[in-house]
Design a protein around this ligand. Structure first.
Ligand code: UN1
Length: 505
C-alpha cells in the first residue's frame, strides 16, 4: 500500500480545524483523546463539558428559543441559507476532516457535506412552507384551522458514522421551525462537530441579529447525553445510534413526556430476482454492502438471491469482494477505508465466528495491513442456507450474509423476519414482483433496482420496529420539530356549541 499523504494525521487535522475557524485551545490540552481510524494515532485532545455546564448551556439555548420563535420563519430560513453558503465554502476542508476522523473515503466525506448543503437548501424552501390546514367546521360563522409553532430546544445525539450530516438533517429543519439545537456528537467524532460549530458561527455572524446559543455543541460522554435527555427544557431529542442506546434514551424521554425521534439499528436486505439486471445489481450490491466499510445504518447486510441465478451472481460478487481496493481513505483509488476502531474489528470477528458455527461459508473478512495502526479488513461475504441467529443481529461491519430463495413471498417474509426495519431493496424487471415487494416490505425505506443505502434528503428517512420509528430529513418530517395547534375562531354573534350541545344561561 502506498501512503500518499502527510504521515502525521494529527498535523493535517490541526491544519483543517484551524482553517475551519476552530481555536487550537478547543482541540489541544483536554482529557479526551480523539483517534483517527486511518492510523489509530491520537490526533487531538478535546475538553469534556461538565454536566452542570451542559445544563447551563441548555438553559441558554432555551433563552435563545424565547427570542428565535418570534423571528418570522422565512427570516429564520435566511440563517440556514447562509449556513448552506458557509458549508459550500468549507466543503473541501470539512469533507477531509470527516475522512480523517471517521475514516470514510474522501468521496464519501465530501458526499456527507453535500448532504448537509442539500438539507439546508431544502430547509430554506421549507421556511416559507410550514403550512397548516383550513378545516371545515360544523358551526356557522366559525373558522377552524391548524397552525404550527416552534417547539423548543431540540437535542441531537449523533453517531460516528455520519458525524455531521445527521446533525444537519435535524438542525436545518429545527432552525427554520424556530428551535435552537443542542448537539452531543459521538465521543469518537468531536472534531467534525467543532468544525461545524465554527461554520455555523460564521453564518450567524453574517445573519447579524441571531440570538446567542442557537447552536451549541456539548463534547463529552454518556453523562452529557443524559444531561440532554433529562433536561426539562428539551421537548425533543433526536438520537441516532444503536438499538441499545435507544432503549436507554427512549423510556427516559417518555417518562417526562418529551418527544423522541429515534434512528437506531438497521439490518437491511435486498432480493435478487430471476429477471434482475445482474450487472446493475452487482454494482448496487457492492456499494451498499461494502461502501463506508459496512458502517452505515443503511448498509446492505442480507442478500436473498433466487436459486436460478444464485451461482452465477454470487460468483461475480465474490470476485468483486476479492478485488475491491482497501486502504487509506484519502487515496482517491481507495473504496474501503478502515473500521472505526478495534472494538468494531472484534465485533466483526465474533460475528464471523458465529456465522462459521452456523455453517456459513466465508470469503474475505481477514485483516489487511493499512497505514499505522488502523483496523482494515477485507469485506466478508458469508453464504448461509438460512437466516441464522447471527444474521438477525446488526453487526456494524462489512459482512454480507447471502442466502438462496425459491419463492418471492418467502423472500419478502425473510426480509421482514428480523427485529430491525430500516431499509430494503428488490432487483427485478418484473412489475408484479416490484409492487408485491413495495407493499410487502415492513421497512421505512423500500427501493427497486437501487440498493438500500444512499438515500437522498428529500424523502423521510427512518424505519420501523427496533429501528425506532423516527423520521428525519424530507417530506413532512419537519412536523416533529413543531407544536401543532388547532384553532377555532367564531366571527359571529351566536355561540353554537359543537355536537348540538345546549347550555343556555
Ligand atoms: C446512517 O447511516 O446513519 O441513506 C444514515 C444513507 C445516508 C444516511 C445514512 N443518506 O445511507
Amino acid at each position: 500500500m502506498t501512503v500518499l499523504f502527510a504521515p502525521n494525521v494529527a498535523d493535517e487535522a490541526a491544519a483543517l480545524l484551524t482553517r475551519l475557524g476552530v481555536s487550537p485551545s478547543a482541540f489541544t490540552g483536554g482529557d479526551r483523546s480523539v483517534r483517527s481510524p486511518i492510523t489509530g494515532e491520537v490526533i487531538a485532545k478535546v475538553h469534556d463539558v461538565s454536566p452542570a455546564a451542559a445544563a447551563a448551556a441548555i438553559d441558554a439555548a432555551h433563552a435563545a428559543f424565547l427570542a428565535w420563535r418570534k423571528v418570522p420563519a422565512p427570516r429564520r430560513g435566511e440563517l440556514v441559507r447562509l449556513l448552506g453558503e458557509e458549508l459550500r465554502a468549507a466543503k473541501a476542508d470539512l469533507g477531509m476532516l470527516v475522512t480523517l476522523e471517521a475514516g470514510k473515503t474522501l468521496s464519501e466525506g465530501l458526499g456527507e457535506v453535500q448532504e448537509m448543503i442539500d438539507i439546508c437548501d431544502y430547509a430554506v424552501g421549507l421556511s416559507r412552507q410550514l403550512f397548516g390546514l383550513a378545516i371545515a367546521t360544523e358551526r356557522p360563522e366559525h373558522r377552524m384551522m391548524e397552525t404550527w409553532h416552534p417547539l423548543g430546544v431540540v437535542g441531537v445525539i449523533s453517531a460516528f458514522n455520519f458525524p455531521v450530516a445527521v446533525w444537519s438533517w435535524n438542525a436545518a429543519l429545527a432552525l427554520v421551525c424556530g428551535d435552537p439545537v443542542v448537539w452531543k456528537p459521538s465521543e469518537k467524532t468531536p472534531l467534525t462537530a467543532l468544525g461545524v460549530q465554527a461554520i455555523f458561527e460564521r453564518a450567524a455572524a453574517r445573519f447579524g441579529d441571531a440570538p446567542a446559543a442557537l447552536s451549541t455543541v456539548l463534547i463529552g460522554g454518556r453523562e452529557v447525553g443524559e444531561a440532554l435527555v433529562d433536561h426539562p427544557r428539551v421537548p425533543l431529542v433526536s438520537a441516532t445510534g444503536s438499538t441499545a442506546m435507544g432503549r436507554a434514551v427512549g423510556p427516559k424521554l417518555a417518562a417526562r413526556f418529551a418527544r423522541s425521534l429515534l434512528e437506531l439499528g438497521g439490518n437491511n436486505a435486498a432480493i435478487v430476482t430471476p429477471s434482475a439486471d445482474l450487472d446493475l445489481t452487482l454494482r448496487a450490491v457492492a456499494f451498499a454492502a461494502m461502501g463506508t466499510a459496512g458502517q452505515r445504518c443503511t448498509t446492505l447486510r442480507r442478500l436473498f438471491v433466487h436459486e436460478s441465478v444464485y451461482d452465477g451472481f454470487v460468483g461475480k460478487l465474490k470476485s468483486a469482494y476479492g478485488s475491491v481496493r482497501i486502504g487509506d481513505p484519502r487515496d482517491p483509488d481507495t473504496l474501503i477505508g478502515p473500521l472505526i476502531d478495534e472494538a468494531a474489528l472484534n465485533a466483526m470477528q465474533r460475528a464471523l465466528d458465529d456465522a462459521r458455527s452456523a455453517g456459513g461459508r466465508i470469503a474475505g473478512g481477514e485483516s489487511v495491513k493499512g497505514p499505522g495502526q488502523g483496523h482494515y479488513v477485507r469485506p466478508a461475504l458469508v453464504e448461509l442456507a438460512s437466516q441464522a441467529e447471527v444474521v438477525r443481529r446488526e453487526t456494524f461491519a462489512p459482512i454480507l450474509y447471502v442466502m438462496p430463495y425459491a419463492d418471492l413471498d418467502q423472500a419478502i417474509a425473510l426480509n421482514n423476519d428480523v427485529p430491525q426495519g430500516l431499509s430494503s431493496s428488490i432487483f427485478t424487471l418484473n412489475v408484479r414482483e416490484a409492487e408485491r415487494f413495495l407493499a410487502g416490505s415492513d421497512c421505512g425505506i423500500a427501493n427497486v433496482n437501487i440498493g438500500p443505502s444512499g438515500a437522498e434528503i428529500g424523502g423521510a428517512f427512518g424505519g420501523e420496529k427496533e429501528t425506532g420509528g423516527g423520521r428525519e430529513a424530507g417530506s413532512d418530517s419537519w412536523k416533529a420539530y413543531m407544536r401543532r395547534a388547532t384553532n377555532t375562531v367564531n366571527y359571529g354573534e351566536a355561540l353554537p356549541l359543537a355536537q348540538g350541545v345546549r347550555f343556555d344561561i
